[in-house]
Structures are given as structure tokens and as C-alpha cells.
Design a protein around this ligand. Structure first.
Ligand code: SF4
Ligand code: FES
Length: 371
């Protein structure tokens, strides 16, 4: 199978990842080359964020095996490499899901990330859209071998909009780069070293920059969450829709997380890698604090339609976009005849009661709502 990702007039180089050969521009990282193939071939990335300069190289979840360095020097690389920080060479052969060593190392990295991360998904607002939760399901173990006390931290107040749970932080630095590159007044960073490292505001200043809310969107775990949405709903009970408004500060292109007619949360739009999408007006679609935290009424927005959600995500439950029900299936398979007996299996297999649509409830669902 062959893919071509750049224009013909550029000198392209060849790389083979999990037996798929593609042509990419020189200077492309292995991770981005793998993303151009897509699917499981793309390694997971907890710290790399293509929209943030300098990101990557912190979490090691993107490790891959380089079975041949290049056509000029086909020796394998002695150790697994971070694919977000290693560029492809002409003739390079890379193994990701086809390498046992990589799978073993990824299991180890996940175990390491979970040493201090609390398993509080049932009460965490990030549950259902947390990259570490997904990774734990794919590579985690049922129990931990860690016997020591988990890290604890003093509480930091990050203002009226952002909640910091330092115990959940995996020190990916994405929020630090976001604050550094998007705002003119960075007041938070990583303090201390090693086991004591923590994201903190310097002298607990409020983070009052117009674009600081974007740290919530880039955080891969539930360390930074939206105070205006906290504990209000589970993401899989809400319906994400694309919407826009005329905003003088940002692109105004957002996702509304709705339940019935109520807007529970506003976020930037994300792509298939969980990164903020580019705006249709050009540039990255970062959104301002006013759009994110203040515009919680449908009147503030022009709704474009349901967001496209990956069907493997728990958020896609009950979220059918462009559902086409074939009308003539039965007569087609029966050669034009009508069936003598027809059983509606939807009635039999439905989880919620027939007269209840979970996304329209203006309260949490409880056991009475299910059949
Ligand atoms: S708070 Fe979130 S984004 Fe910031 S370093 Fe920790 S895990 Fe990364
Ligand atoms: S994504 Fe490459 S090291 Fe984190």
C-alpha cells in the first residue's frame, strides 16, 4: 500500500511503518509520518501536541522500534526511540504495533504513568475523554505493583474558571507551552524537580489571560478541568454540536456540549488526535475565555450541526450522525415478498425505556430510566 502526503515538486523520502510504505517530506517526525497513515499505526502521544512549539519528548508513550535507520545505514537503532522527537530518514523501517518490544515498553510506560496518577475515573470530569484512561484500557494491568504512598500536593487556586488537580498531572508540559505561547503573561510553570515537580502558579496568582482556558483542552488527563462544568454531567450523556459566533477576540468556532437545550460546556473543536483543530479562518482554533466560560446560552451561538465523534468513543453512544435507514432491505433480501412474521429486535435490545431519550433528560440518568 502506498501513500503520498506531499506535493510532487518537493523531494520526498520513503519510510516504512508497520509494513506500510509512504513518501514524506524531509524533517517529518516518525509520529507525524505514522499519523498520515492513520489508525493504530499512529503511536499514542500524551505530551506531543503539533500546535505547540517544543512539545514532546516527556511521556515516552510514543516509543517505536527503528528496525533499519536508513538506506545509507540500514543498521537498527539500539534502543526504542520517541517517535515524536525522531525524524524519518530515507529508507527507514519502523515498527509500532508490529513490535513486541514496543508493546512491552508501552505497557511499562503506562504502569509508570499510573504510579502516582489516582484511579479516580468514576469521579473525574475527564472520564470518557481522557487519553490516559484509554491507554490504561489498552495497556494497563488490573493492579499496581507500587507499594509507596502516592504524591500529594498543597492546593493551588487557579481562579474562578480552572480547577487544578495536581495529583492527576502527568507533567506533560502542554499547559505550560500553551500559557507561554498564547498569553502575554505567563504565571504558571513547572516548579521543583523529579518526584516533587508540579504545575503551579507563581505565588498563586489567578490565571486571568483571555486565552488561558485553552490549557483545559490541551491537558490529556483530568488535571485541569472547567470549573463551570465540574460535576454537572458526564460527557457521554451530553450531545456535542459544532457552533460558531462572531467573536472579536478568537475564531468563535466551538463545540457545545448540550443536554436538551442547555449548554453545559463550551470547548474548542478537536481533531482525531485529540488536538485543537485549525480554524476555518486560518490558524489554530484556540478560543477565548469569554466564548468558553461566559456564553452558556443557545442564543449566543449559531449551531451548525452534530459534531463528528469517533465511533470508538464512549461519547458516541446514542449519537447518530447521518443515520440512513435502508427502506427496502426486507423486500430486497426476500425477493420482493413480505415476511409472514416480523419481530422488532430494537424493542427487545433497547437499553433505556422506549419513551425515554437519555440525552434529553435535564438530570442525571438513574436506574429507573433503563429497561
Ligand atoms: S496539568 Fe495537564 S497539561 Fe499541564 S502538565 Fe499536567 S497533565 Fe500536562
Ligand atoms: S508523545 Fe512522544 S514522548 Fe510524549
Amino acid at each position: 500500500m502506498k501513500y503520498l502526503i506531499m506535493a510532487d515538486d518537493k523531494k520526498l523520502i520513503k519510510v516504512t511503518i508497520d509494513n506500510i510504505t509512504i513518501d514524506v517530506e524531509p524533517g517529518t517526525s516518525i509520529l507525524n509520518a505514522a499519523r498520515s497513515i492513520g489508525g493504530d499505526v499512529a503511536p499514542p502521544a500524551m505530551c506531543y501536541y503539533s500546535k505547540l512549539k517544543g512539545s514532546g519528548g516527556k511521556c515516552r508513550t510514543c516509543l517505536v522500534e527503528v528496525a533499519a535507520g536508513s538506506t545509507a545505514d540500514p543498521r537498527p537503532m539500539p534502543k526504542l526511540v520517541a517517535s515524536c522527537r525522531t525524524n524519518v530518514m530515507d529508507g527507514m523501517i519502523v515498527k509500532n504495533i508490529t513490535s513486541e518490544k514496543v508493546m512491552d515498553a508501552r505497557n511499562g510506560v503506562v504502569e509508570f504513568l499510573l504510579i502516582n496518577h489516582p484511579l479516580d475515573c468514576p469521579i473525574c470530569d475527564q472520564a470518557g475523554e481522557c487519553h490516559l484512561q484509554d491507554l490504561s484500557y489498552e495497556h494497563g494491568k488490573e493492579s499496581t505493583r507500587y507499594e509507596f504512598k502516592r504524591r500529594t500536593f498543597e492546593k493551588h487556586d487557579l481562579g474562578p474558571y480552572i480547577q487544578l488537580h495536581m495529583t492527576r498531572c502527568i507533567l506533560c508540559y502542554r499547559c505550560v507551552f500553551t500559557a507561554d505561547q498564547l498569553t502575554n503573561k505567563r504565571v504558571h510553570g513547572v516548579l521543583d524537580r523529579g518526584d516533587h515537580s508540579e504545575i503551579a502558579t507563581f505565588i498563586e496568582k489567578n490565571l486571568d489571560n483571555d486565552f488561558i482556558g485553552n490549557v483545559i483542552d490541551v491537558c490529556p488527563v483530568g488535571a485541569l478541568t472547567d470549573k463551570t462544568f465540574r460535576f454537572k454531567n458526564r460527557v457521554w450523556f451530553t450531545k456535542p454540536v459544532d457552533a460558531h459566533c462572531n467573536c472579536s477576540k478568537c475564531c468563535g468556532e466551538v463545540q457545545l456540549w448540550m443536554r436538551g437545550d442547555e449548554v453545559f460546556r463550551v470547548t474548542a473543536r478537536k481533531d482525531e488526535w485529540g488536538e485543537i483543530k485549525d480554524s476555518t479562518k486560518g490558524g489554530t482554533g484556540w478560543i477565548c475565555n469569554e466564548c468558553r466560560f461566559e456564553k452558556k446560552s443557545l442564543k449566543d451561538w449559531v449551531v451548525e450541526g452534530p459534531s463528528v465523534i469517533n465511533r470508538h468513543s464512549v461519547i458516541s453512544q446514542g449519537h447518530y450522525v447521518d443515520l440512513v435507514t435502508p427502506k427496502e432491505t426486507i423486500s430486497a433480501v426476500m425477493g420482493g415478498r413480505s415476511p409472514k412474521l416480523l419481530m422488532n429486535i430494537h424493542d427487545e435490545s433497547a437499553v433505556n425505556k422506549q419513551n425515554i431519550e437519555l440525552s434529553k433528560l435535564n438530570r442525571p440518568a438513574h436506574s429507573d430510566d433503563f429497561a
